[in-house]
Design a protein around this ligand. Sequence first.
Ligand code: OAD
Length: 248
Amino acid sequence: MNPPDTIVRLRALLRDSRRITCLTGAGMSTESGIPDFRSTRGLYASGVSEEVFAIRAFERDPGMFYTFARTFLRDTLNAQPNAGHRALAALARLPGKDVRVCTQNIDTLHQAAGSPEVYPLHGTLQTAHCRVCGERTESAALWPEIAAGRVPRHAGCGGVMKPDIVFFGEPLPPDAWEASARAAAAADLFLVAGTSLAVYPAAGLPALRAPACRLVILNRTATPLDGEADLVLHASIAETLEQAIGGG
Ligand code: OAD
């Protein structure tokens, strides 16, 4: 729960800013039913190993990822945007606001909510490609194989299909990274929402902001940047953004 004066301050910061750049993480989507990674109820605490998202482990044994993906892919592809996603989309529709969303999330819920400028730093789960011939398909088409406990393979060449998400050990998509870095440098307000800021290079984006750019951190738990923020809210993203912006 936010003390009322923090919502008033957040509203004022949003009102007085024109170029608003957001860096979002898994905490943005927990209220859509997708678990985050590092919370006490997150994936890593529930026994999922970081190895599941390591490219070398995927190359060695794609079955490990797909066993995990049986529930994660289903839950993520079925999830709907929450009030937080909708509020950021509503903010972008206000006259005079240029809102960019740099997201580490692979769930495309910002896009589904209608945010016009979204940069998926870790790719998206919507599509997958063949590791051998490179052909792309919708991930939903792979679902019957995954649900049956098999590693999905390309119908023609038999290569293993890999979702178009960034695994540990892979580079970020250059277009999403470059657009995010430009948006960070151009911002007059930088909003960090729902990320522990533990994973680089995404966690380095706030450091690219200009000296006069204000920094707001909206995250249930403390982050390494709380000490340099103009406003810190340790609260629910959906509740807070709904109160500050509306649009839900
Ligand atoms: P984390 O799980 O590390 O951090 C999510 C943060 O969101 C935590 O600090 C929570 O306290 C906070 N949080 C959760 N639900 C919230 C809510 N409803 N309202 C407010 N805050 C909430 O997730 P990320 O920082 O996104 O990478 O993790 C970064 C990367 O690490 C991911 O993209 C993924 C992961 O390993 C790859 O897989 C490559």
